[in-house]
Ligand binder design. Structure first.
Ligand code: GLC
Ligand code: CA
Length: 512
């Protein structure tokens, strides 16, 4: 287990939209380098950068054309190597995004695979034997190649699935996972990983990590076996490299597949979604909504068994948002966000902060860009100040990758820096607290002290600290003995005495 994860707090950067240094309207590596001090000041000591590799950008870079070359719009490979170095100087680790399940349809492997004549890459993707032989249960494309056969897709039409083999292989064209050509796919992915790790990257966020083996069993045993094999390589060659999976099944991703971390993703109706995004029904019952009448048990009932099952083996990670999810500011105001972040940043596991959520950037209603669709509105340029293009770029506004928030009161870093009560300064204070108190970090003990369906507050213990949370507009109390502990940190106010803890509306207390 990489030791640095214990006190890691990640900052996710969508590179298109972070900071543009050459005035072409799109973010770049030099922009990330220039803002490393900002990220460090905020309290983040690790980055996850969305795919920044050569790509036709039909899915914002999740359609990789060359795994070993960065997209020219962000700079050169040397710029990225320099970014690793500059980050390391500041104690910041950097994860890149590994997309192992598919490539772009323009990847040279796929161009070879499409050829009629058999070659090294014929089985790198999944093809049937005839132009009219279809694939059951998976999306596929026919009629596009000189090769007679249809090929399987992993996501969009532009993303053909790489061939790691089949768990259950019935048809002649379905290969077992130990077929040399399927093993070659896995080894090619290891080669990509080694390439970046050797150049100074600290690990990977892994896209669609559960999607490798097709017709896998219900436990995804064959997919897990591939990841275990990759983990063995890392343990032997790069023991400090970290891997986080887009899987949302920590028992499987951490225990069976060997990932160090797994994301708790916003899937409609799941435990995490009830915290911040429970508005699908038209009424908002999110736990952190002041008038939402939210219920923490809907989160805990799902979270606790997963946490308990994986404790000691890896981290189930909470996030403010990501590039696929509506920003939390969509439905929560700054006060609600302060309490949300207080919770997310004091729970076990490794927290992830999506760029711009520290200032409460809004979700924008926008037409789709590079395969973003509804996700596009969460991918707009970072708002640094109230100058031109919110300080993101000096380009003419119509040349921006995506428009900046046009609102007169669009939040920005400069304004929030100057306001001690701002959301951003609260984020800083919370992250400082987390770094100072080892018990609040990834491995610190966690125990629920008071959580009742439909009641507040929510009170939990992390080592020698007791934390109490009241996101509602009412004063609430709970029978919790805080044993002479003193106030260590507060948002809002409250008190603890005689076996009872009381919190004023929208408050959060940390007692030590
Ligand atoms: C993951 C990414 C998403 C992408 C998809 C296909 O879900 O987070 O942005 O579109 O995989 O690669
Ligand atoms: Ca640029």
């Amino acid at each position: 287990m990489p030791k640095w994860l214990k006190d890691a707090v990640f900052y996710e950067i969508y590179p298109q939209s972070f900071y543009d240094t050459n005035g072409d309207g799109i973010g770049d590596f030099n922009g990330v380098i220039e803002k490393l001090d900002y990220i460090k000041e905020l309290g983040c000591n690790a980055l996850w950068i969305n795919p920044c590799f050569d790509s036709p950008f039909k899915d914002a870079g999740y359609d990789v054309r060359d795994y070993k070359k960065v997209a020219p719009r962000y700079g050169t490979n040397s710029d990225l190597y320099r970014l690793f170095g500059e980050a390391h100087k500041r104690g910041i680790h950097v994860l890149l995004d590994l997309v192992p399940g598919h490539t772009s349809e323009e990847h040279p492997w796929f161009l070879e695979s499409q050829k009629a004549e058999a070659n090294e890459y014929s089985n790198r993707y999944i093809w049937t034997r005839h132009a009219f032989e279809s694939i059951k249960g998976y999306p596929y494309i026919g009629g596009e190649s000189e090769r007679a056969g249809v090929y399987m897709l992993n996501f969009f039409k532009s993303q053909p699935a790489l061939n790691y083999g089949f768990g259950e292989y019935k048809e002649g064209w379905q290969l077992p996972t130990d077929h040399p050509d399927c093993v070659a796919t896995r080894e090619a992915m290891k080669d990509v990983m080694r390439f970046w790790l050797d150049h100074g990257c600290d690990g990977f966020r892994v896209d669609m990590a559960d999607s490798l083996v097709k017709n896998d069993d219900e436990f995804k045993s064959s997919t897990c076996a591939i990841w275990k094999n990759i983990r063995e390589m890392l343990d032997a060659e790069y023991p400090q490299a970290a891997m986080v999976s887009e899987w949302n099944n920590p028992e499987r991703a951490i225990k069976a597949a060997g990932f160090h971390m797994d994301f708790y993703l916003n899937w409609g109706g799941n435990g995490y979604s009830t915290l911040m995004r429970d508005y699908e029904s038209g009424e908002d019952h999110s736990f952190f909504k002041k008038d939402g009448n939210g219920d923490i048990m809907r989160f805990l009932d799902e979270y606790l068994p997963r946490y308990t099952a994986t404790k000691g083996d890896g981290y189930y990670c909470l996030l403010t948002c990501n590039h696929d999810t509506l920003r939390p500011k969509y439905n929560l105001d700054d006060q609600e966000l302060k309490l949300t972040y207080a919770f997310l940043f004091t729970m076990p596991g490794v927290p992830f902060l999506y760029y711009g959520d520290e200032i409460g950037m809004r979700y924008q209603q926008l037409p789709t860009k590079e395969g973003g669709y509804h996700r596009t509105g969460s991918r707009t340029p970072m708002q640094w100040n109230n100058g031109k293009n919110a300080g993101f770029s000096t380009c003419p506004s119509d040349a921006l990758y995506l428009p900046v928030d046009p609102a007169a009161d669009a939040p920005n870093v400069a304004a929030q820096e100057a306001d001690p009560e701002s959301l951003m300064n609260t984020v800083k204070a919370l992250l400082r607290l987390r770094h100072e108190e080892e018990n609040l970090q990834a491995d610190g003990e966690f125990e629920v002290l008071y959580a009742e369906g439909g009641k507040l507050p929510f009170v939990y213990r992390r080592g020698d600290l007791i934390l109490a949370l009241n996101p509602s507009g009412k004063t609430v109390s709970a029978p919790v003995d805080t044993d002479k502990k003193k106030l260590r940190f507060a948002i809002g106010s409250g008190e603890a005495k005689a076996g009872k803890i009381t919190l004023q509306p929208q408050s959060f207390l940390v007692l030590k």
